[in-house]
Design a binder for this molecule. Structure first.
Ligand code: AP5
Length: 208
């Protein structure tokens, strides 16, 4: 299965992708994670992306599209992939369609996770993450990762100002993709305000 997880910042895309990958062994393609790895490594891509990311703005399409095209050519995607955080603009969606057609592949579903913006602001102000094992949690977990004991950290773009900008970018550039994928018959919507287990069950029900 080749799946796109669509949703606003903090909707739970990363949380659900991690569970799908653990259970179904799909390749997880998170453009946010790829960009953060490039920032941490200080690569030219990371240097270019950092200021956009810290401000909560989208990184330019040409940068992201090239990155994803390259990633889709890696062999682990043959067993299926989950795109998390891509596409985020109509230009990215069109480029993805063209790339998959060239590879004789297609998307099986686009799962839109729907969460109210007020819930998102609350979730992102509380989110804490583990750099060592990838755990996604919250401030309620305490200072250390409950899975591996590494100190949890807060993302630079989870400040209230950057979150506002990210939500604005989502409404302006990404929300139109809901209609784009509805038009192609691929869209499936889930209520992202249910518990993480319930959201996961709903997604499993969709993708089989
Ligand atoms: P990216 O890393 O993709 O961030 P995002 O889309 O803003 O999404 P998040 O990772 O913040 O949230 P999520 O939906 O994964 O939620 P999570 O599971 O963590 O992108 C970061 C930046 O990179 C962008 O702003 C942009 O600059 C750049 N970028 C990336 N891709 C790009 C692209 N394609 N084009 C251009 N620029 C790009 O959950 C959030 C919190 O909620 C957690 O604390 C979690 O524990 C909790 N939670 C999750 N589910 C539930 C639930 N059901 N109930 C209660 N709590 C829950």
């Amino acid at each position: 299965m080749n799946i796109v997880l669509l949703g606003a910042p903090g909707a739970g895309k990363g949380t659900q992708a991690a569970r799908l990958v653990a259970e179904q062994h799909y390749a997880h393609i998170s453009t946010g994670d790829m960009l953060r790895a490039a920032v941490d490594a200080g690569t030219p891509l990371g240097l270019k992306a950092k200021s956009y990311m810290d401000a909560g703005e989208l990184v330019p399409d040409d940068v992201i599209i090239g990155l994803v095209k390259e990633r889709l050519r890696e062999p682990d995607t043959d067993a299926g992939f989950i795109l998390d955080g891509f596409p985020r603009t109509t230009a990215q969606a069109v480029a993805l369609d063209a790339e998959l057609a060239e590879m004789n592949r297609n998307l099986n579903a686009v799962v839109a996770i729907d969460v109210d913006p007020e819930v998102i602001v609350e979730r992102l102000s509380k989110r804490r993450l583990c750099k060592a094992c990838g755990y996604i949690g919250s401030v309620d977990d305490g200072p250390d990762c409950p899975k591996c004991g590494t100190p949890l950290y807060q993302r630079d773009d989870d400040t209230s100002e950057a979150v506002r900008t990210r939500l604005g970018a989502y409404q302006k550039s990404t929300a139109p993709l809901i209609d784009y994928y509805r038009g192609s018959g691929l869209l499936r919507e889930v209520d992202g305000e249910l518990t993480t287990d319930q959201v996961f069950s709903a997604i499993q029900g969709i993708i089989g």
